[in-house]
Design a protein around this ligand. Sequence first.
Ligand code: DHY
Length: 326
Amino acid sequence: MPIPAPNLFPPFNIIRLSHVAFGVRDLAASKAFYVDTLGLQVTDEDDETVYLRAMEERGHHCLVLRRSDTADVRGLSFKVFDEAELDKAHDWFAAEGHPVAWVERPYQGRTLATQDCFGMPIEFYFRMDRLPPIHQKYALYKGVKPLRIDHFNCFSPDVDRAVAFYNAIGFRVTEYTEDEETGKLWAAWTHRKGGVHDLAFTNGLGPRLHHTAFWVPTPLNIIDLCDLMATTGYVGNIERGPGRHGISNAFFLYVLDPDGHRIEIYCSDYQTVDPDLEAIRWDLKDPQRQTLWGAPAPRSWFENGSVFAGVTPVEAALKATPIVAP
Ligand code: DHY
């Protein structure tokens, strides 16, 4: 199926991805990983929950860790342009037959909880508490020096359907991988904020969260993180990279948190704000699409992901086998 033409006038205006809440089984171990190793800043915490932000973020949080019996994800959150767009979003999802609810979320104004076409929990809000800037408080920088949350990537059982659904609410495709034999999409990168992606989809058992990515200033921060993790007991948590992606042209590293939630450290993709930007097509058989330098991704990267609380993932229809390391 070809990718759809960009929807430049969607029914409501999503600005960007915003935050995610992970269920974690050992809150202290997770906090140590995200604060001491990755370098996120604690903005609030109690015995059950830790709120975190990255260095250039003014909103209260981009990641919430919640003590849980199971390692899961409680929904992906997006910021809309203003309160009126939130009401438009509510009415659009209700009219399309999706479940809608106004939910209470700490540090946020009105929050709409709904589901996408696969039952993946997604939330929209406009107002979040604003915090003083810390991007020039250089004494606070630690770990990989994360600047901001960059994107979510989700396993999807039908990437064509995911792209069609998110295109209807304004996500524009920047790059995609096609399975030549079936003509179906294997993966797609879609954005609202003007980078390569806010939300990407990869073929597989889904819906599940494949990873959450954080933007860092330079590739050297990523290499420093590898050195830090390799010598502080986290060598087994380095999953893939460092390397240069073909798709997105970003420098990358994938690491696993103590529960196996996958985090990508990401830097230097390109600007995509032009409304007539042409999406870049990659062939599934081209190993450089994943890593420009040719190194294959490990099998775990195609198989492991985080489940959404209360959502049972389904097998993908497309069974093409990508090139993988044993
Ligand atoms: C790719 C994956 C990402 C990303 C950009 C490009 C390509 C790949 O490795 O499949 O997670 O952010």
